[in-house]
Design a protein around this ligand. Structure first.
Ligand code: ARG
Ligand code: ASP
Length: 689
């Protein structure tokens, strides 16, 4: 009996660390995690996940654009990502006549695929630890600024050497663990990427901003693209002669489905996390920054929503803009709440007390106090900077004025900047936003944190409304015909435009007054954080540390699991078409599904058609579009979101409630076939079962 108990105890302690699925691991070091992954059900080897010598899963994963992930699903360059990742491209092809956002888009053959200038996908060729090369020539007596220039010079030499083949290679050196380690990443960047298919927004964005960051979720958040290459399979600019890219590896699709407990592996590019931040850094986020930015964005969102509700044309123009304003706005709310609920600031303070105790007499002695002081010094300036980015920087006319100046006097460039600006510009929204956010800036910022220009103009003109008129009525740039008629001789008129005057006044204030202080403190913070990071690793010798996200490729593994968002409530991890029909409401824009979907459902037999599922993978912004892979290495879903109660996972991962949300691949297949009538695409896909 005793022996059994002992065995049980050994067993329990052995599986203990397996519970938490926290972590986003570097693929090149996956051999350190593979035993744990296999213990949890994964059947492939480390070499299958990442290899530079043979085709591996990494060759089927791309950085899509500059902030999403995508995966290859055929030998002919076919790629899946999220609808919200393809959104701005789908929008650019849309007008009131061809509203692909509203109606969806399906190329019925390759000639109908739509090119997307500016869109790239990047394949990781290799990653490697270059710490000693990056720090060559650095000595401990150097200042942080000197260290920076050593790092910069060495990195430039490394990236130059790494991209020598010239065939679309891009390389960057990224700091990991706050610069305790450096990795070189080499990518091959393809730039002819065409739109193949997208469901109507009433599927791809079903639930809209209301369901965003929430479970239960029923969004068919996918879009389909194809990568083209020159005849040698190398990157090339768009050309009708290009041919579909032939990947080294593409995913097989599994239709076997998921159930609670199944192993899941998300392979993608999380953007930014700070899991090792100190308490004061976190307190600033949850108590100061998040609430203030939320309030500022609420003002803009209210204006946009009002006008979008009144006009379908404005809805198209502002759909992408509103979605991106709303996305972080909602995330910050969940994040601040989660940090508060988990008492993260106090938990961190407690940790710091233990750390400081341990650090006595070591080189880490006093480090926590020092960091605290640095944040106290930085925060008022940083808040002013954040106000700047959420107020003056969000006025569309001002940014347009600046882009126009950069394009001037090249007439073609001026015309193209103006075309793309006016296509999606609705001046009443911009003017109302101006009044709302500049008024908030005036009321919330202490006088010493306002540009002198702003204070003087306001004193002279008397009100924010008068300032708005000064800028908008006085500007030449609100009138498209006028802008198109500008010639090189109008240089002086453009230079004194009030929109530019305001843009410059704020920019100079940021550049001359805020930036030097923030950068100065930040470089001290970087140094202290680098030590603190190393200190934490020394303090907790037995813990496996993963580097904070920085848009480099990562592996996050976990399993399908529901969660309890509140006392007495449990959320199951799988949603179905039945739930879509329950939410369907023709009177609410976000829940008005296509009639076709209603008709299909009415045929019967689709109640349990899977739509989305939850899992415990540690993901972040940038992981959208990432392949969700099963124990056999096959594609079962596309990651697209996290649950609201768990969005603080960028700062602290709570295994009880942090969940990623994925589209079930079977819903994507259903939509291609039944909604898009594009089942011809199945011919090039490889199915595992
Ligand atoms: N929350 C998800 C992410 O951060 C999806 C955003 C797009 N959807 C939306 N309704 N705005 O990207
Ligand atoms: N929706 C996010 C993205 O676009 C993913 C997340 O934040 O979980 O990357």
């Amino acid at each position: 009996m005793k022996r059994h108990l002992l065995l049980l105890l050994v067993f329990l302690t052995a599986i203990q660390p397996l519970r938490a699925d926290e972590g986003m691991w570097l693929p090149a070091l996956i051999s350190q995690r593979i035993a744990d992954m296999q213990a949890k059900g994964f059947k492939l080897s480390a070499e299958d996940v990442y290899s530079v010598n043979q085709a591996s899963l990494k060759d089927a994963v791309v950085l899509f654009g500059s902030g999403c992930t995508g995966e290859l699903v055929s030998d002919e360059g076919l790629l899946f990502t999220n609808h919200h990742c393809g959104y701005s491209y789908i929008q650019r092809h849309s007008s009131v006549d061809h509203d692909y956002l509203k109606d969806g888009f399906w190329a019925m053959n390759r000639n109908e695929e739509l090119p997307n200038p500016g869109l790239t996908v990047s394949f990781l060729e290799r990653m490697e630890d270059v710490t000693s090369a990056v720090l060559k020539g650095y000595g401990p007596s150097m200042s942080e600024a000197q260290r920076d220039s050593v790092v910069r010079a060495n990195s430039a030499a490394l990236t130059k050497a790494a991209t020598a083949d010239g065939k679309g290679l891009r390389a960057s050196v990224e700091a990991l663990y706050y610069g305790n380690q450096y990795f070189l990443f080499v990518f091959r960047v393809y730039r002819d990427v065409r739109l193949v298919g997208a469901p109507p927004s009433s599927i791809g964005k079903f639930g809209g901003d209301t369901d965003n960051w929430m479970w239960p979720r029923h969004t068919g958040d996918f879009s389909i693209f194809r990568i083209y290459a020159d005849k040698d399979n190398n990157p090339a600019d768009y050309s009708a002669d290009n041919v579909p890219y032939r990947p080294k590896k593409s995913f097989k699709i599994s239709r076997a489905g998921v159930k609670e407990g199944d192993f899941t592996f998300v392979y993608g590019c999380p953007g930014s996390t700070k899991e090792y931040a100190m308490s004061e850094d976190v307190r600033y986020v949850s108590e100061v920054s998040d609430p203030q930015k939320i309030a500022l964005r609420t003002l803009r969102l209210d204006n946009m929503k009002k006008h979008m509700g009144e006009s379908p044309a404005v809805r198209i123009q502002y759909s992408s803009k509103a979605a991106s304003v709303s996305n972080a706005w909602k995330k910050w709310q969940g994040e601040a709440k989660g940090i508060d609920k988990n008492d993260v600031v106090n938990v961190k303070r407690d940790y710091e007390r233990r750390f400081s105790e341990w650090a006595k007499g070591t080189r880490y002695d006093g480090l926590v106090e020092k960091l605290g002081e640095l944040f106290a010094r930085r925060n008022p300036y940083y808040l002013a900077y954040e106000y700047y980015t959420e107020t003056a920087r969000t006025i569309e006319l001002l940014s347009f004025a600046s882009s126009l100046r950069n394009a001037y006097p090249d007439a073609d460039a001026v015309h193209s900047v103006a075309e793309s600006f006016f296509k999606d510009y609705y001046q009443p929204i911009d003017e109302e936003n101006f009044v709302a956010v500049m008024d908030a800036f005036d009321k919330k910022m202490p006088d010493e944190f306002k540009p002198a220009w702003f204070k003087d103009k306001l004193a002279e003109l008397g009100s924010i409304e008068a300032l708005r008129d000064y800028v908008f009525k006085g500007s030449l740039l609100t009138d498209k015909a006028g802008v198109m008629a500008l010639t090189a001789d109008d240089k002086d008129k453009v230079a004194v435009d009030p929109a530019l005057e305001m843009y410059d006044a704020f920019y100079r204030w940021y550049y001359d007054e805020l930036r030097p202080v923030i950068n100065g403190v930040n470089s001290e913070i970087s140094l202290a954080y680098r030590d603190y990071m190393q200190g934490q690793m020394d303090f907790e010798k037995d813990k496996a540390f993963y580097p904070d996200a920085n848009l480099t490729l990562r592996v996050a593994y976990g399993h399908v699991e529901g969660y309890s968002p509140a006392d007495g409530v449990y959320y199951y991890p799988v949603s179905t078409l039945k739930g879509i029909i329950e939410k369907d409401n023709p009177d609410i824009f976000d829940y008005d599904i296509p009639q076709k979907l209603r008709d299909i459902y009415a045929e019967g037999g689709y109640e349990s058609q899977p739509v989305c599922f939850l899992a415990t993978n540690h993901t972040s912004g940038g992981n959208s579009g990432s392949p969700v892979i099963n124990a056999d290495g096959n594609l079962i879903g596309i990651n697209f979101d996290r649950v609201w109660e768990g969005t603080m996972s960028d700062i602290v991962f709570d295994p009880e409630i942090c969940r990623n949300i994925s589209l079930d691949i079977r819903y994507l297949l259903f939509c291609i076939d039944r909604i898009g009538n594009a089942s011809y695409l199945f011919d090039e896909m490889n199915f595992a079962d």
